[in-house]
Design a binder for this molecule. Structure first.
Ligand code: ADP
Ligand code: MG
Length: 583
């Protein structure tokens, strides 16, 4: 095809086309309209916002707020492109506190639907604006109370192609509801109501942040398992509403990050949250945590995406660090060890119910008289002989250097649990998990003296792992592991940390199994080595090894395995006596 060389092939699109193209960037589904309208009501200082949708928002969307409203002059231009009351100059972006600033939402909405606005400011009469496909239909006096009511109908009637991509009304309604909740979480002082097809679906009264979360997700949270913590830094503040380690999820849905009141999907920060919990969450489980970052607006840039879906940070590594620190210090109160088990041990719920049951039925304990005291003594003697009384041993627990505790090792149960009484408690210790944690701590606490291998360990990788290793060479080097590329997908391991001597095969398997980012490389690798080197479920232990292991386990600062599982279970003497109705 020959193109005629004439001037005039390029032309400026008429407004009717360019406005619709621009609208596509901001508005693609009903929930994007909901997002923009809620932002506007929040920016207008409303304390009460109601959202109504019909047909999942495809038929009708209405937002009613009691904010400052718009004057007649403002209404004359509010639906025009780049009309905003929120910024005047480019520099204003550095101190921006509002949700909106691009002046594109109302114009985009007006370009693809029928828009009606009724608004009233203090001491003025209300006005009503009607705009269809960007064209002004009317702007007149109307009836209404202070604040703004925005009605959107016939969504995408002017862009039929877009209409085809809408999902089922129920799916659109779910997306609108999710958007409302995301908007409502960082603004607990605003009351929100959500109606779908005239039915009230959600009511979030003004509340504290923690209460807001509990009422937004009533099925997920348990009041007792949700906590609050915060930290302040020079340019930013962090606030977390966090589940304790008992609140586990199998996906990341409830790890949510808000930056200056906007939900963001910054994977590095989600990873920081996971890393913060890593000593407490068994693999494959995710915590519940809502992180609210309040940062100097000059340090971030939301102006890189029309719908503000992405953000750039100037100091992401620093924030990452602070998030991990805050979570770790918050979780330190959930660490458990021998001393805590003595100081804070409270019997389980089941136990108190059990106890009450006994009281109610008024049981009284009558000793079983047929056995003579002598025969009883001989049985006890037999038990004591079978128990390794010679293994009575002492240990000094974590924070209490001076007091010694007496361990009596009783043997192994189900080839996994070491049974021991220590002072007045009885312990079931998971031999694998306990040993794993001890090895893991040892690996983490030592400096990485690198040791060259006499014979380098050769290995191969498939294509994707090969690329990944190339990317992560520095991270491996940082923890004392050197690998060199020999050729296509062929590598050699040439040096490793001294403590990992003999574990070359584990290291190589670890490298071969990696996928994704290397941010938790060190802890993941050490957890892997510890797991594979530890005493296994099923291993029979001799008495000395068992007692040694128990002793070291009771000295652990946090008796959880590297994957977050508790390493022992405890029953007190008092509890046992209760169980048989003696107390
Ligand atoms: P932006 O929010 O980026 O400024 P919009 O297109 O969303 O742009 O809105 C344009 C202007 O209309 C806003 O700056 C604001 O002054 C006004 N406005 C929109 N919605 C409301 C509302 N609910 N209450 C008061 N003013 C509003
Ligand atoms: Mg806006």
């Amino acid at each position: 095809m020959s193109i005629k060389k004439t001037s005039g092939r390029i032309r400026i699109l008429p407004d009717s086309v360019s406005l619709r193209i621009a609208a596509g960037e901001v508005i693609d589904r009903p929930f994007s309209i909901v997002r923009e309208l809620l932002d506007n009501s929040i920016d207008a200082g409303a304390s009460k916002i109601d959202l109504h949708i019909k047909g999942g928002g495809t038929e009708h969307i209405r937002v009613v707020d009691n904010g400052i409203g718009m004057s007649l002059e403002d209404m004359e231009i509010c639906y025009l492109p780049y009309s905003t009351s929120k910024i005047n100059r480019m520099e204003d972006l550095d101190s921006l506190k509002t949700m909106g600033f691009r002046g594109e939402a109302l114009s985009s909405i007006a370009a693809c639907s029928k828009l009606e606005v009724i608004s009233k400011i203090e001491n003025n009469s209300p006005n009503k604006l009607i705009v269809h496909s960007s064209s002004l239909i009317s702007l007149n006096r109307a009836a209404g109370s202070e604040g703004t009511v925005i009605d959107i109908s016939d969504l995408f009637y002017s862009i039929p192609a877009r209409k085809k991509f809408l999902k089922k009304p129920s799916a659109e309604a779910t997306a609108c509801k999710k958007t409302l909740i995301e908007k409502a979480l960082p603004f607990p002082n605003i009351s929100f109501r959500f109606y779908s097809d005239n039915k009230l679906k959600i009511f979030l009264p003004a509340a504290t942040l923690k209460e807001r979360l509990l009422s937004a997700y009533p099925d997920v949270f348990n009041t007792q398992l949700i906590h609050e913590a915060h930290s302040e830094h020079k340019e930013y503040k962090l606030r977390i509403i966090a589940g304790d380690p008992a609140l586990k999820r199998n996906d990341r849905r409830y790890i949510q990050i808000f930056l200056n009141n906007r939900r963001i999907n910054e994977f590095a920060l989600i990873q920081a949250v996971e890393y913060g919990y890593s000593d407490f969450m068994p693999g494959g489980n995710y915590p519940v945590l809502f992180l609210f970052i309040d940062i100097n607006p000059a340090l971030i840039d939301f102006n890189i995406h029309p719908a503000k879906k992405e953000v750039r940070f100037l100091n992401l590594p620093e924030i990452h660090h602070s998030v991990v620190d805050l979570i770790k210090s918050f979780l330190s109160s959930f660490e458990y060890n021998y001393k805590k088990s003595i100081d804070e041990y409270t019997p389980s719920v089941g136990f108190s119910e059990f106890n009450n049951m006994f009281r109610e039925q008024n049981h009284s304990y009558k000793p079983y008289k047929t056995q003579t005291d002598n025969s009883r003594n001989s049985i006890i003697e037999k038990i004591q002989n079978s128990v390794t009384t010679k293994d009575i041993t002492n240990f000094k627990n974590v924070k209490e250097e001076t007091i010694e505790h007496q361990i009596i090792y009783m043997g192994q149960l189900f080839k996994l649990f070491l049974l021991a009484s220590i002072d007045t408690n009885f312990y079931f210790i998971d031999q694998h998990a306990a040993h794993e944690k001890i090895l893991y701590n040892e690996l983490r606490s030592k400096k990485h003296n690198q040791q060259d291998l006499l014979i380098p360990f050769l290995f191969e990788l498939d294509r994707s792992k090969d690329e990944l290793l190339n990317l992560n060479l520095k991270e491996y080097e940082n923890i004392g592991i050197s690998v060199e590329k020999l050729g296509d997908y062929k590598w050699q391991l040439s040096s490793i940390p001294e403590l990992c001597a003999g574990k070359e095969d584990i290291i190589v398997k670890f490298i071969q199994s990696q996928s994704g980012s290397a941010s938790n490389l060190e802890t993941d690798l050490y957890a892997d080595i510890a797991c594979k080197s530890a005493i296994k479920d099923g291993d029979i232990l001799d008495n000395i090894t068992a007692v040694n292991l128990i002793q070291q386990t009771m000295e652990l600062k946090n008796a959880r395995c590297p994957h977050g599982r508790p390493v022992w279970f405890q029953v007190s003497r008092e509890e046992l006596f209760h169980f048989v109705g003696r107390l």
